[in-house]
Design a protein around this ligand. Sequence first.
Ligand code: PYC
Length: 313
Amino acid sequence: MTYPQRRIRILDSHTGGEPTRLVLAGAPELGDGPLQERARRFRAEHNEFRSAVVNEPRGSDVMVGALLVPPHRADCRFGVIFFNNVGCLGMCGHGTIGLVASLSHLGQIAPGRVRIDTPVGPVEAELHCTGEVSVENIASYRKARAVAVTVPGHGEVRGDVAWGGNWFFLVEAHGHALELANIEGLTDFTWRVRQAVNTQGFPEVDHVELLAPSPRAGAHSRNFVLCPGKAYDRSPCGTGTSAKLACLAADGKLTEGAEWVQESIIGSVFRGRYRWLDQGKGEVAPTITGTAHIIAETEQLLDPRDPFCWGIR
Ligand code: PYC
């Protein structure tokens, strides 16, 4: 007896240690509307598929998925919807670098510029001859400065609420050592910070970013970024670095075009810079540069007889 098995064609990469699982074929049909609407449909109607692709036993909490879809905007060549262990992401910087490296691996693009449609707006990527990828992200800005929140078991913490394609709460004065050996403590602390900041009436903060000076020569800062599903970002987080650049611009601490080198908690690095879009509104267009490596080309099999076919949730 044969059973209908669904086949999902996958290309896996990592960007600074953070994985991106690109779905090339076998994804549900989402129509041809704006990507924001398609992402809404994906969340509402295909949550099981999302979970099957990124969650255990095929994936893990850290896996970020990317659906390659036709663009809606006429000036874009590709469209992408990013998702993770708990839902969809607005934009994803490390994932866009992974997507561009994957399209290059597939022979679909050559070095040069490519415009990509996302649920939160178009981004402009450039594949360099070196294999590095730069992504000019959507307009990023700081919404609120030095917001005080009371974190149970810790006390008051002040941070900035900023948009970089996802919502971030960025904290500099936190009293924690940003070291790999301290991952459990950092995860526990940032999870409590996230719950506390989300009682303040801002748009829901989905990522918490702790920053500290970096011991690495040439790096301006090291970060620890907690993602919505409680995994930490192994990369320096493209949207988190965008949010940081917006805060630096707003504070007058980094001039337009100057380089900011952001190190992740595992020691990987993104280079960032920004240009002003609207100085009055504090809106910048951040550019993030990094490198992705292709690590697997495979097919996932979804067999409805498998009790964990749709992932462990
Ligand atoms: O690079 O923007 C990013 C990102 C978001 C979540 C994980 N990585």
